[in-house]
Design a protein. Structure first.
Length: 101
């Protein structure tokens, strides 16, 4: 089994006054690919290029994991965030994998 995602549970605390007093969300983030894959180089002095790596399997596993967490915790809403309008190929693949999951 591969560790592919970070999980963040964000919840308002009743003793702390804040703008949203009933906040309870879980964020699942893929953190082995994309900008975190570490593929970059210096094109010329002072100019760097980073490459975003994206595989269907990692996209699918992340989406499927988020769905399972939502089901397991009894949540009735799931929001998937991507940048497929900008990163048409890489994030488009995540969008497709999410639909397949």
């Amino acid at each position: 089994m591969n560790l592919i995602s970070s999980i963040y549970h964000v919840k308002s605390l009743p003793s702390i006054k804040c703008k949203f007093n009933d906040l309870d969300i879980v964020i699942v983030r893929e953190n082995t690919e994309g900008e975190y894959s570490g593929i970059e180089h210096e094109v010329t002095k002072g100019v760097y290029e980073s490459i975003k790596l994206s595989t269907y399997d990692a996209c699918y596993n992340t989406a499927n994991f988020a769905i399972k967490i939502a089901q397991y915790s009894g949540r009735n809403k799931l929001t998937i965030v991507h940048k497929a309008n900008i990163m048409k190929k890489a994030d488009g693949q995540f969008k497709t994998a999410t639909e397949d999951a």
